[in-house]
Design a protein around this ligand. Structure first.
Ligand code: MIG
Length: 796
């Protein structure tokens, strides 16, 4: 190709127009990377070459071939599964799938730069066409319903206490959405760690407008056509969430204000005395000596290793909180070491930045630099040696209550660019130095760096165990390292309801292991709210009860009866559900698709399903519509196409309802409305006081008979990287005859002592072959099968 303004390498195309430079490449089939560098008209600023860049989020290498055709001002780029038509002059484009369907159109790229000391002020903007009726789903941890059309968001990780149903920004920044129009999905990811904003067809109903405060817009476009395809591609690009240890899917208890080891013992006893399942207790900042991270207050916690052993005897793991800020205390080894190595964040003019968090004064390890991440990972050593099972990363936006003035140096009198020295939210100033970079650029990835350091450190320190991390802040890619909880919510019904779209938004960004504080961190819950929140939380991939300091106690027994009994039922349901949840977490580790899913994942062409945000799918086969409002004993639920068996609370079954309609579900306080899809098969086990392994001894399949049946079960030791087994259940009903077949893959030896299959939806049963025993009553066929069964036939 002989044009001067285009540069083609085998896998990369660079187009320089008068208004923008655009670089196109294809990291994965169905995915295009577009780096836009707008040319500033004001000062004629131009990137002749786009500088090399290391992404914080993307792990896929570029390098799938591009085919380029050039026709005057237009260029057409084709790669596997996608194509792009570029207007070279303006840097705008049209994105199409392999069928030639237009998925997205960029109608404007612009930007400006003002040179200033000490930081130039950049703005890079892009407008996407927002066709009428297109939905914009995801954006990670954001408020609002699932469809964010008509909202505006800022990406700037922020510690906000308390947050409300309309607070923005929150702790995480994930500039990724799934677009959905006419049942066809596509995706957009802005891979810029800089502070950025998006206007989702609010200011102008026909535009989605992005603005980054960095010099360029590095974005990725994903083809569908199903929402699941988009999520799969996004997860292949930014990483899939590793399978967490089984114990981390059990019940978790926490409180800011458990003062000492005796309190922790008391909590564990409280659970066990009342026969309440529990797997994990968190240690909040109260355990530290003067809020110095990696230390213990020896009066409150004289023997942490002993406490770990005592808890372990009750089947409970301990997870301490770790905050990034270090106390500035001369002589304290962690601080001295960080200072000596030059690992601390600095002021604009070079001195070590001093702020204030729980430790006062405090300094900040620069967790955006790889060498600091490695050092940080190594700091987990002593706590790992004590037997701490995982780590809870908080205050990592990073949160900073106040920055001390940069003393000892004269203030510059020359004019400074807008926003310099400025602090937005409780954090570090925009111009704080992280090595070569400024806080404005790396703020949003501070927590990602912290999680990476911790995860990789744990992999080295305890290679036989799967790391468990829980983080508050994060950026796209956080799913590779950590579970996420949504920070300081309140004990309000509205926050129970909004937890669902928020967790589904995270899930669409491949953040699979998520939960919110049950029954609210701030404020005072009552028994009804506790029960409703636990019923909903049964289906959160991370189920944690937590409470803020100074609030009334919120453990499940604090509200008396009947709430304790109902709370126990919710916990037992959670433990029964573990084979299915674990299998779904395994699926997430292979695909990026989270267990808690919006209905549109299975019914993208159904507008009612796409709009549903206070109900969800748990996997493919369970639909859950929890009661999330006070005083209600019924609720409206939407069932997408298919036939759905009422299965409230995973206990007794009811009617089969046709999908494609709203139904009124019964939901008195002891009932969680759940449905099982026709053709669905889910595995449950017996409740237990805590997890042991995921090689289930007792297994119960629940099958809703249909022409095609499919179920899956993933099993292993529950931790580590050893042997596993994947069971597939397949079959269906043809001419009244039900056939079920089981196949297995993997080397894990079966531990089954009991396996039952319950089949719903058969009208008559005459002859059963392949089972040890069977029983048919009230439309439910219960089969006892041998551990090594492979095939069943049921004739009407
Ligand atoms: O400034 O560690 O969101 O879960 O209990 C408050 C104390 C610091 C905020 C976390 C919360 C935790 C609390 N932390």
């Amino acid at each position: 190709m002989h044009v001067t303004d285009a540069h083609v390498e085998p896998h990369r195309l660079r187009l320089s127009g008068r208004h923008a430079v655009l670089e196109v490449s294809c990291p994965l089939p169905g995915v295009l990377r577009l780096r836009h560098a707008p040319v500033s008209s004001e000062i004629g600023f131009l990137h002749p070459e786009l500088p090399g860049k290391r992404s914080w989020s993307v792990i896929a290498e570029e390098g799938h071939p591009l085919k380029v055709e050039r026709d005057g001002e237009r260029a057409r780029v084709t790669a596997e599964g996608v194509s792009l038509e570029v207007d070279v002059e303006s840097g705008t484009w049209r994105f199409q799938d392999a069928q030639g369907r237009e998925l997205a159109r960029c109608v404007e790229v612009s930007g400006e730069v003002q040179a200033a000391y000490p930081m130039s002020r950049h703005r890079a903007r892009m407008k996407l066409r927002a066709p009428e009726g297109e939905r914009y789903l995801g954006f990670g941890e954001k408020v609002g319903p699932l469809d964010k059309r008509g909202m505006h968001f800022t990406f700037w990780n922020t510690d906000v206490v308390p947050h409300h149903p309309d607070t923005d920004p929150l702790y995480q920044s994930i500039p990724f959405f799934v677009g959905l129009r006419g049942g066809v999905a596509w995706g957009f990811f802005l891979d810029e760690s800089w502070r950025s904003e998006v206007d989702v067809a609010l200011a102008d109903a026909s535009r989605v407008a992005w603005e980054s405060w960095g010099p360029e817009l590095d974005c990725y476009l994903f083809a569908g056509p199903m929402p699941a395809d988009v999520v799969r591609r996004y997860a292949a690009l930014t990483g899939r969430p590793p399978l967490p240890p089984l114990w981390s899917l059990g019940a978790q208890q926490s409180r800011w204000g458990y003062e000492n080891a005796q309190d922790i013992r008391g909590v564990i006893q409280g659970y066990r005395q009342r026969n309440l399942p529990l797997d994990c207790v968190y240690l909040d900042i109260d355990y530290m000596d003067g809020y110095k991270v990696w230390t213990w207050d020896s009066a409150r916690y004289p023997d942490p290793a002993g406490l770990v052993r005592e808890a372990a005897a009750q089947g409970v793991r301990l997870v301490p909180i770790i905050d990034p800020a270090l106390k500035l205390e001369p002589g304290w080894n962690v601080y001295e070491d960080a200072k000596a190595r030059d690992y601390l964040v600095r002021y604009d003019r070079g001195g070590v930045l001093v702020g204030e968090v729980w430790p006062k004064p405090a300094v900040f390890p620069d967790l955006t630099r790889p060498e600091v991440q490695r050092w940080w990972g190594g700091l987990h050593r002593d706590f790992v040696a004590l037997g701490m099972a995982g780590f809870w990363n908080d205050m990592n936006e990073p949160s900073c209550f106040g920055v001390q003035p940069d003393v000892g140096i004269l203030t510059l009198t020359s004019e400074r660019a807008e926003g310099i020295g400025q602090v937005e939210g409780k954090t570090l100033p925009y111009d704080a130095r992280h090595g070569e970079k400024r806080h404005l650029e790396v703020h949003n990835v501070y927590a990602l760096g912290m999680a990476k350091g911790a995860f990789e450190g744990l992999r080295e320190l305890r290679p036989e165990a799967r790391p468990f991390l829980l983080t508050r802040a994060g950026f796209a890619g956080i799913q590779r390292y950590s579970a996420v909880w949504t920070g300081d919510n309140s004990s309000h019904w509205t926050q129970l309801e909004t937890s669902l779209p928020m967790l589904m938004g995270l899930g669409l960004a491949a953040v699979a292991h998520t939960g919110v504080d049950i029954p609210g961190f701030i404020g005072r819950a009552n028994g009804e709210l506790l029960v409703r929140w636990m019923q909903t939380g049964t289906f959160y991939p991370l189920m944690r009860n937590h409470a803020g300091k100074g609030t009334s106690p919120q453990e499940p027994w604090r509200f008396g009866e009947p709430y304790l009994t109902l709370a126990r039922a919710a916990l037992e349901r959670r433990y029964r559900l573990l084979p299915t949840l674990y299998t779904l977490m395994h699926e997430a580790s292979e695909t990026g698709i989270a267990p808690l899913r919006p209905l549109l994942m299975e019914a993208p062409g159904d507008p009612e399903a796409a709009g549903a945000f206070d109900q969800f799918l748990f996997g493919r086969d369970l639909l859950v519509a929890p009661v999330v409002r006070p005083g209600q004993t019924k609720r409206l639920a939407y069932l997408p196409a298919g036939a759905w068996l009422e299965w409230p609370g995973l206990e007794r079954t009811g009617e089969v309802r046709e999908g494609g309609q709203h139904v009124i579900a019964d939901g008195p306080l002891d009932t969680v409305p759940v449905w099982l899809r026709a053709g669905g098969a889910v595995a449950l086990t017996r409740p237990a006081m805590h997890t042991t392994d995921a090689n289930w001894q007792h297994l119960e399949w629940h099958v809703h008979a249909a022409p095609e049946i499919h179920g899956r079960l993933y099993e292993d030791a529950g931790d580590g990287y050893g042997e596993s087994r994947l069971t597939e259940l397949r079959g269906g009903v043809t001419a009244g005859v039900l056939r079920l077949e089981r196949s297995e893959m993997g080397t894990l030896t079966r531990a089954r002592t009991e396996e039952k299959i319950r089949v719903y939806g058969l009208t008559s049963v005459r002859k059963v072959t392949g089972a040890r025993a069977h029983h048919f009553e009230d439309g439910v066929l219960e089969l006892q099968v041998a551990a090594d069964w492979t095939r069943l036939d049921v004739a009407p």
